[in-house]
Design a protein. Structure first.
Length: 113
């Protein structure tokens, strides 16, 4: 059973930083890892992705503030700097393989003004 597990969310003031981590348990050939976020009443949106080869992609709203990185084939991180209230959301880890995709249960990030 493949299961991404997130950690590192919490409450931070505007301008602060947080680092999210995700560890993927189980056996699968991973082609990409990513972070998505969702707020109540809105669709889940892409934050950042990284391929097994290290190619990254960022949402325009986070480019220059967030950095996605990976360690080993099954760990992904999201360094979030200069956080703003609009970054408040549940952040989900996503892992993709050939014909398969899995989601973590999410970790709450709250940025106070």
């Amino acid at each position: 059973q493949v299961q991404p597990v997130e950690s590192g969310g919490g409450l931070v003031q505007t301008g602060g930083s947080l680092r999210l981590s995700c560890v993927v348990s189980g056996h699968m050939y991973i082609t990409a890892l990513g972070w998505y976020r969702q707020t109540p009443g809105k669709q889940r949106e892409l934050v950042a992705t990284i391929t097994v080869g290290g190619r990254t992609n960022y949402a325009p709203s986070v480019k220059g503030r967030f950095t996605i990185s990976k360690e080993n084939p099954n760990m992904v991180f999201l360094q979030m700097n200069s956080l703003a209230p609009e970054d408040t959301a549940i952040y989900y880890c996503n892992v993709q393989g050939y014909g398969s995709e899995y989601w973590g249960q999410g970790t709450q990030v709250t940025v106070s003004s």
